[in-house]
Design a protein around this ligand. Structure first.
Ligand SMILES: *[C@@H]1O[C@H](CO)[C@@H](O)[C@H](O)[C@H]1NC(C)=O
Length: 354
């Protein structure tokens, strides 16, 4: 350590740093004495010893004596002297940071929640877009993606900033838009922040990911009301589903003749319907976005088609397509259902081609 400090204090060389954009490595070039450290030099050293990571940078530490015994760096013998370059975690380039997002987005396309969750560090925290739950364990993160991935989300960054907080710590922040490719190509814009840290093996993992709906985007809130309704179905709790209907709501349901206009009648419908363990996906046949329209500042209507997966009496599952109309009214910050009309497809009786 003393030797290292002496070498640094001696200010041996005027150094210039060059970044190799394709590899993200900063390689030192000295004006005299030691040779510039090239990607090739590092790669051939790596082949021999397998020591360095793509995300390593090198600081030139000194030229005195022999550096053969020093660890954590690379020694090159040149012009009769030993040149030592110490490895450290690099500041990643912008393209590397955007590459981390691209990897995450590609993982979404696998529809495998474990593949996505593997991009989060074991200590990661996820504050996701469409769940209130604060998720701090790999299992909780997997659970979130189990619910998110069936929508077929594909993200695109609209706007971003990169902030280097320290060696090995970087943030990517901004706004992204998801296209829900398995949900009628619905688009959802959200704000995001990812904080990544470099792990001991050189890989960058997400330690925090916060994603939130645009607070002023009312159409997204209306779409979110459908997500909440569907999430409530998944709890199989009829009272929870019924709690999403306004006290004055009217329900014209898919599989009951009765017009239901009291909370008790609405809950009663879901007691029977939830026995089929329904899972709904918005699936407008023409592939267009859900038809969210505002009739007033706080009244919105969303209509289209959805496909339900339903459990049959014999335990098998089948799919049925239906038409829906939801009329929502905003109470405080929450859209509640004022009218929900759902009916079987008149020409195909709900048949879904697989
Ligand atoms: C069902 O939902 C209601 C309303 O949200 C809640 O009060 C109740 O505790 C839930 N029941 C169960 C068994 O989770």
């Amino acid at each position: 350590m003393a030797r290292l400090a002496v070498a640094l204090a001696a200010g041996l060389l005027l150094l210039a740093v060059s970044a190799d954009a394709s590899r993200g490595r900063e390689l030192l070039q000295s004006s005299k004495g030691c040779p510039a450290l090239t990607v090739n030099a590092v790669d051939s050293y790596n082949k021999a010893k397998g020591t360095f990571l793509d995300s390593d940078c090198f600081d030139q530490v000194g030229t005195k004596g022999s550096c053969g015994s020093k660890t954590g760096g690379l020694c090159i013998f040149s012009n009769g002297q030993s040149c030592f370059y110490r490895a450290r975690a690099c500041k990643p380039t912008d393209s590397q940071v955007l590459g981390l997002f691209a990897t995450w987005n590609a993982a979404l396309k696998t529809l495998n929640s474990k593949t996505v969750a593997a991009l989060y560090a074991p200590s990661a925290v996820l504050l996701p877009t469409v769940s209130n739950q604060y998720r701090t364990t790999p299992d909780e993160i997997i659970d979130y993606f189990d619910h998110f991935l069936p929508k077929g989300p594909v993200g695109a960054i609209d706007k971003y900033e990169i902030r280097h907080l320290a060696d090995g710590v970087v943030q990517l922040l901004g706004i992204y838009t998801f296209t829900m490719t398995l949900q009628g190509n619905a688009k959802v814009q959200a704000r995001f922040s990812y904080t990544y840290t470099r792990q001991a093996d050189g890989k960058w993992l997400i330690v925090e990911h916060h994603s939130s709906a645009m607070p002023e985007n009312e159409a997204a809130l209306v779409m979110d009301a459908f997500v909440q309704w569907n999430d409530a179905l998944a709890t199989l709790n009829a009272s929870k589903v019924a709690s999403l209907y306004a006290p004055t709501a009217v329900l014209l349901p898919t599989v009951s003749d009765k017009v239901r206009n009291t909370p008790a009648e609405i809950e009663d419908y879901f007691v029977s319907f939830l026995k089929k363990e329904p899972v709904g996906v918005i699936d407008n046949i023409d592939g267009s976005s859900p038809n969210v329209r505002f009739l007033a500042a706080d009244v919105a209507i969303n209509s289209g088609t959805y496909v339900f997966t339903l459990k049959n009496d014999d335990g098998t599952r089948s799919k049925v397509r239906a038409r829906y109309t939801y009329v929502y009214k905003k109470y405080g910050s929450k859209y509640m259902i004022e009218e929900h009309h759902s009916s079987v497809m008149p020409e195909t009786a709900g048949k879904v081609d697989e």
